[in-house]
Design a protein around this ligand. Structure first.
Ligand SMILES: [Zn+2]
Length: 405
């Protein structure tokens, strides 16, 4: 039995236990571990067979206080109000328990997408990647049921900005079944309630853009964002959207120009990195030049940065796997407290060299680092490969880069 099937069996058992618990207590348990042992005999059912951490979550905040649990429980007390609202809008197909430990086997190989297994309030099991509402057919069983559910949801909250996503989601489904007229009507109702003249509501434009795209109305989409480009202040994300629109229209050069405008650092990719010369934490001179001939991860990070620490086990694994084939890491720490940095490096046994940039931030300035994590990957010739080499992307990029002599 493969891991996903085994996990599905666990979800079925958890669903049955939740149902029994709810019947007895008139409410759902506070934690999934409360199901054990009365309603769920074997506590190992709470561990997904694909979970390498065996029920220990990355963020302590997510930890079930009683038992190791691999599954995400959606109705913990602090989420109750929110989930009640979600169920009012989307119905009982909302997930109550989710497993996020599976890779999507159909995903594009350049990006390993996560596949979620969802157990709904109606005890239906379905797959999705990321937001489950992106997969209404999987969730509701078929297109027509999904359309009816979204229509019903929209009737409940037509002007609630938290649920504006329903508009493009429903337009997409209408287009799929050829109900263009209803899609048009929906776009018109959205236009009548959107209030994008208020700067903080610029998101409305993106929903409208999505709907135009579904309908193939690229001209209107382009016109809309060319107007926005002229606005002062210019809403965030306009350049990125113009890049996508030009891509769609087949204007490759304009698309590229807008991609660079949206993210000026992109023009550094493939170019030689400027060197630096400083001292590492042990007081030894360090520069990029010393690493020429190696693939280097220049990892801008800090102990106070949660996502940086979350990525550390992954960097360690890549380092162990590829250090003998010419891969190395240089940590550039933006910490304020050098003692705290040293303590972390010691406790977590981080083997690569570190630069304490905190005091004057000269590397931060030199490379124009806005936020961290900022993992820059550099090839053997000193050229930049990526400035967001993390997770599975790091594995793939390093594997490719070390192959080149
Ligand atoms: Zn699982």
């Amino acid at each position: 039995m493969n891991l996903m099937n085994a996990c599905t069996q666990h979800l079925i058992a958890i669903g049955e236990a939740l149902q029994a618990y709810e019947k007895k207590h008139g409410d759902f348990p506070q934690w999934l571990s409360d199901l054990h042992p009365k309603h769920l005999k074997d506590e190992r059912t709470l561990i997904c067979p694909a979970d390498e951490e065996k029920g220990i979550p990355m963020l302590p905040y997510d930890e079930d206080p009683n038992l190791p649990v691999s599954y995400e429980y959606e109705i913990r007390p602090e989420y109750r109000v929110w989930i009640d609202e979600e169920c009012r809008v989307y119905g009982d197909i909302n997930p109550i328990v989710r497993c996020k430990h599976h890779a999507d086997p159909t995903a594009d190989s350049t990006l390993v997408a996560q596949l979620y297994l969802n157990l709904s309030f109606s005890y239906r099991i379905y797959k999705s990647t990321g937001r489950w509402t992106n997969h209404p057919v999987e969730a509701y069983g078929n297109l027509e049921t999904a359309i009816k559910a979204f229509e019903k949801g929209l009737q409940q909250v037509p002007e609630n900005r938290d649920y504006f996503r329903l508009y493009p989601d429903l337009v997409r489904l209408y287009v799929e079944v050829g109900r263009e007229q209803e899609a048009d009507n929906l776009i018109n109702s959205f236009k009548s309630i959107m209030q994008p003249e208020r700067f903080e509501r610029f998101r409305d434009y993106f929903f409208l853009s999505e709907m135009f795209e579904e309908m193939g109305r690229h001209g209107e989409r382009l016109q809309l964002f060319e107007e926005l480009e002229k606005q002062d202040p210019r809403p965030p994300g306009v350049f990125g959207e113009l890049a996508k629109i030009h891509e769609k229209l087949g204007n490759a050069e304009l698309a590229e120009a807008y991609r660079v405008k949206a993210n000026p650092k992109l023009k550094l990719i493939g170019k030689s990195m400027s060197d630096f010369s400083t001292t590492d934490l042990d007081g030894n001179p360090i520069s990029l030049q010393q690493y020429r001939g190696k693939v280097v991860l220049l990892d801008f990070w800090a102990v106070w940065c949660g996502p940086c620490l979350g990525e550390m086990p992954n960097v360690k694994k890549v380092y162990d796997a590829y250090r003998d084939r010419g891969f190395d890491v240089i940590g550039v720490s933006f910490d304020n407290d050098e003692a705290e940095l040293r303590e972390y490096l010691k406790v977590c046994n981080i083997p690569w060299r570190q630069i304490f940039d905190g005091q004057d931030g000269s590397l931060k300035k030199q490379y124009g680092i806005g936020g961290i994590p900022s993992p820059w990957l550099i090839d053997r010739e000193g050229k930049l490969i990526s400035f967001s080499a993390r997770g599975t992307t790091l594995w793939q990029l390093v594997a490719e880069a070390v192959k080149k002599a």
